[in-house]
Design a protein around this ligand. Structure first.
Ligand SMILES: [Mn+2]
Length: 448
């Protein structure tokens, strides 16, 4: 095998658990992501589809994975870019058909030049298709015309597929629980992101530009051979109260906090960390009051991540701590019940506007159904699931729709860790990233 993140047995296990759920007279076709244009003839850096990475580790553009059931069971083949000196001079070396079959966990490889021919013949032998559509236009049209032809001729001939099914929900469910090997990769991603946050804390000074904090953190990712898993959020002062702030172009004044939500990718697996620290290295009294409250809520949220607890347990736990805290601090003048609301939608939501947890894996907001129809407490947590816990409190001075207390105006704080569910309780994968007031104050501005 080539130098892939997992051994052949791991990939083959995923393939067979997936294919066991597909009818044997159906063809499986899973294309990877297309290249995306940035402007004119420049592309965005390429990122393969998570399904392709999950099933066979193939990271290059344009590939299509196909599986067909025959006399010897399921056979997995991969269509890849053929070797082509001229294309390789401009775009880079290609693994090619022989390289693919020698080094990847597949049974057969074909050139993409033969995609239409081979797929048409394969479809003619089968009754249905499991296809992920809208990623590869050429493939979609080959499949759609085969299905249309068959439907027209249904009562006369009887060859070829009559239905297209999307197999992604089967894969999504499989991806929710991580194997031991996947957890190992996710731990490396978490360690790297933790170290990057520490580097950024050390590099921070009063008056620093948000972009300079971003450079410190992303420079650390790049220097370790990684890259961001989502665009970094670096918000100073009031900008921290904008949940998906991306401008990162303001200076952060002495006395203000900076909120940094940034994670990286290792072998496609994301980490996702948020930390908030004072740029001058010392929390003010008001900042510390809110920080300690968010931290207490985060710890309660992590503790709620137990096998058998519902998906919503962490959110309920953080909402309870924050609601009590806001009443104690005099921010809310109401009962605990009014703060919480009937379905966690009470007065606390004025200052804590988002959920507490999302699944994490090959995608930063990972796939899989956690709360069917977005209702109720959701499915029960199982060992191997990885989720974030990320409560926050936001007192934007610019908010005219709510009453923001003067004492806390301009403060936005979120604390986020990545948590693995185990039978022995929650394991914080990002525990190497400091979050106590003392640890943070002793790091900020200390330099490399
Ligand atoms: Mn997150």
């Amino acid at each position: 095998m080539a130098d892939l993140p997992f051994d052949e047995a791991e990939y083959r296990g995923r393939q067979s658990r997936f294919l066991a759920q597909i009818p044997e007279d159906n063809v499986v076709l899973i294309p990877t992501n297309p290249m995306a244009t940035r402007s004119n003839d420049v592309h965005f850096p390429y990122r393969a589809s998570s399904y392709m990475l999950y099933l066979c580790g193939w990271a290059d553009p344009d590939a299509v994975l196909m599986a067909e059931h025959g006399e010897d069971g399921w056979s997995v083949s991969l269509f890849v870019q053929p070797q082509d000196t001229l294309a390789e001079i401009w775009e880079g070396r290609r693994i090619g058909v022989e390289g693919a079959v020698a080094g990847w966990p597949i049974d057969e490889a074909h050139s993409l030049d033969d995609l239409s021919d081979v797929v048409e013949k394969t479809l003619a032998r089968n009754k249905g298709v499991h296809l992920i559509q809208k990623l590869n236009d050429g493939l979609d049209s080959v499949v759609n015309s085969a299905v249309t032809d068959k439907s027209r001729a249904r009562n006369t001939f009887g060859k070829g597929p009559v239905s297209i099914t999307d197999p992604s929900s089967i894969l999504d469910e499989m991806r929710m629980c991580k194997s031991e090997a996947e957890v190992g990769v996710m731990q490396r991603s978490a360690d790297l992101a933790s170290a990057a946050h520490v580097a950024a804390m050390r590099a921070t000074f009063a008056g620093i530009g948000e972009w300079q904090v971003q450079a410190a953190i992303e420079g650390h990712f790049l220097g370790a051979g990684s890259q961001w898993s989502y665009p970094s959020i670096v918000g100073g002062g009031d900008n921290a109260t904008i949940l998906h702030y991306h401008a990162n172009n303001q200076k952060v004044a002495d006395g203000e906090l900076v909120l940094v939500d940034a994670g990286c990718e290792v072998n496609g697996y994301a980490s996702d960390i948020t930390r908030t620290w004072p740029v001058n290295g010392k929390f003010s009294e008001a900042q510390r009051e809110i920080y300690e409250l968010v931290l207490a809520a985060e710890l309660a949220g992590i503790e709620a991540c137990q096998v058998g607890a519902p998906w919503n347990a962490s959110h309920k736990a953080t909402m309870e701590v924050i609601s009590r805290g806001l009443i104690e601090l005099g921010v809310l003048d109401c009962t605990f019940e009014e703060a919480m609301g009937e379905s966690l939608d009470g007065k606390t939501r004025q200052f804590f506007m988002h959920g507490t947890s999302h699944s994490l894996g090959l995608d930063v907001h990972d796939v899989g159904v956690t709360r069917p129809n977005g209702e109720g407490d959701g499915r029960l947590l199982e060992a191997g699931m990885v989720l974030t816990v990320e409560p926050g409190l936001y007192f934007g001075s610019w908010r005219s729709d709510i009453e923001v207390p003067d004492r806390y105006s301009g403060i936005g704080i979120r604390i986020e860790d990545d948590v693995l569910i185990t039978e022995e309780g929650p394991v914080v994968l990002t525990s190497a990233c400091p979050k106590s007031v003392d640890d943070i104050e002793s790091l900020v501005g200390q330099g490399a």
